[in-house]
Ligand binder design. Sequence first.
Ligand SMILES: [Zn+2]
Length: 340
Amino acid sequence: MAGHESGYLKSSVKPAEAWTLLPSLALLHLCSPGGLRSRLSILMYHRVLPQPDPLFPGEGDVETFHVQIRNLAACFRIIPLLDAVRGLRQGKLPPRAACITFDDGYADNAEIALPILQKYGIPATFFVATGFLNGGRMWNDTVIELIRRAPGDILDLAKVGLGQFEIGTMPKRRQALHCVLGKLKYLPLDSRRSRVEAMRALIPVILPSNLMMTSEQISILHNAGMEIGGHTANHPILARMENDAARAEIADGKEMLEGIIRAPVRLFAYPNGKPGSDYLLDHVKMVKDLGFDAAVSTAHGAARMSSDVFQLPRFTPWDRGQLRFTLRMAQNMLGGVETV
Ligand SMILES: [Zn+2]
């Protein structure tokens, strides 16, 4: 609930360590004083890997996540997103309010992140794209896992219209991956699907089928007191679709999640989430009409009382040091917010 103070200062910080946190707490309190002048920081995560990935050095791993959650628990009041939205609307948010969210529905959220969140008594919201549950895989992960496993020094994707790449070293492989992902990202859904399928036919390797959550893992998160939010069925760029298809994507995802958790799904995250390019005002209206209470984008910044609760900004800091992390969070709170 909104008044709940994180237990970390009481339970995990040694007295000497607590003193070092005081400047951070003072700064964050100044930026986010609560009440009518509140600033709500909503953090966004995707995967929490069991170990660092050389192909994706920026992707968070369990150790970094653990340190971050410790820092967050020490410096912020982490509250459920629905409570935060209510508090924001009423001008009753506590100082240093923050929420934690995860996008897409990766199995490591349930396997790795959940136990850490539970250790610190921290709530989070998990936005799940339902089309990939139970053995599915998002298109970008198919591309990542194909290029990770592709044999040889040259990857020839000319037949798929994507060109030829050197993949003899890890940096080159990484570069090839970013290039291919960039070319595929904004293609229409069907054309992207057919190219990814053609890539699969060209690169004969076995791909993992356990990247995304099972329905049971969603129930486990829900039963652990975590919020489950909608993220469409197939994670399309809504702005690139016909309105009827976009509405069906949002509605289908919500309905399937409600069937799994047997409770209303009130929160939504726009796939990709950039206002004006990934979703438009039409989609904001759809989300309202379909019965959600609030939605999050991927615009940077912190929400304030005047923010549109159907376009709340989010932020991902992966800094490990307490000071850098605090400064980054403070800077984010002072920035403006982009909406459609
Ligand atoms: Zn997503």
